[in-house]
Design a protein around this ligand. Structure first.
Ligand SMILES: Nc1ncnc2c1ncn2[C@@H]1O[C@H](COP(=O)(O)OP(=O)(O)OP(=O)(O)O)[C@@H](O)[C@H]1O
Length: 215
């Protein structure tokens, strides 16, 4: 279970506060008007924005004061997930080792992920040479390799056309099925994916968030 309790963050004049609970292997959609604090929630969970108070319990442990790499979260943003000047292979390798130097078993894992995300032909290219859809596939393959138990998705497919957006969501659902990943997804397209969502967190104001079952 992921339990966020009165997690508060201040950004200039804005004050945000979030509370919600999400069982393992479930998908939470975060919705609400522009500027209400959806991306800020993900940034605060990650520790990219420091929380003033509150708790983030994961499997009973409060992770709110841990450094980013020790938190259970993997993340995929709308863009800028990759190092454009590095090859697809190196970008993927960084999901397995901070040095990108891999042992034999890690190299096999990388090759299998490339195969699965249809990236084998692209491995030698620089990430900056790829289309937007291909880049998001590489970024998705990298979070797949990282294998963090909770995946934070900040509208990662929103700039793609509806067919690619559906593909992206299908990959996420596959990952969830196989690894038991818990997913938090910021979206403006709730209606398109209603069947895949378990729970909704809706911002009424920056400090008032309602959680309800998706169906
Ligand atoms: N670096 C920053 N410095 C100051 N204020 C910021 C900063 N980043 C975001 N904000 C403000 O914080 C508020 C919440 O922003 P956030 O990006 O979390 O909203 P959002 O719900 O994700 O919006 P959208 O749907 O438009 O992406 C907004 O009013 C925004 O202007």
């Amino acid at each position: 279970m992921l339990e966020v309790q009165q997690l508060a963050m201040h950004l200039d004049d804005h004050r945000f506060e979030w509370s919600f609970a999400l069982p393992h292997n479930k998908l939470l959609a975060v919705v609400g008007g522009s500027g209400i604090g959806k991306s800020s929630l993900l940034n605060t969970l990650l520790g990219l924005r420091p929380a003033q108070s509150g708790k983030i319990f994961w499997c009973g442990q409060d992770v709110a004061r841990l450094p980013l790499q020790q938190r259970p979260f993997g993340v995929l943003f709308q863009s800028h997930n990759l190092f454009d000047h590095l090859s697809v292979t190196t970008n993927l390798a960084l999901g397995l080792a901070p040095s990108a130097r891999l042992n034999t078993s890690q190299r096999k894992q990388l090759a299998a992920a490339a195969e699965r995300f249809q990236l084998t032909e692209l491995l030698a290219k620089r990430a900056g040479e790829l289309s937007g859809g291909q880049q998001q596939r590489v970024a998705l393959a990298r979070v797949f390799l990282q294998n963090k138990p909770v995946l934070l998705l900040d509208e990662p497919f929103s700039s793609l056309d509806p067919a690619l957006r559906a593909d992206g969501l299908a990959w996420v659902k596959d990952m969830q099925r196989e690894h038991g990943t818990t997913v938090i997804l910021v979206t403006h397209h709730l209606a398109e994916m209603a069947a895949d969502v378990d729970s909704v967190l809706e911002g009424v104001s920056s400090t008032l968030w309602k959680q309800y079952p998706a169906r």
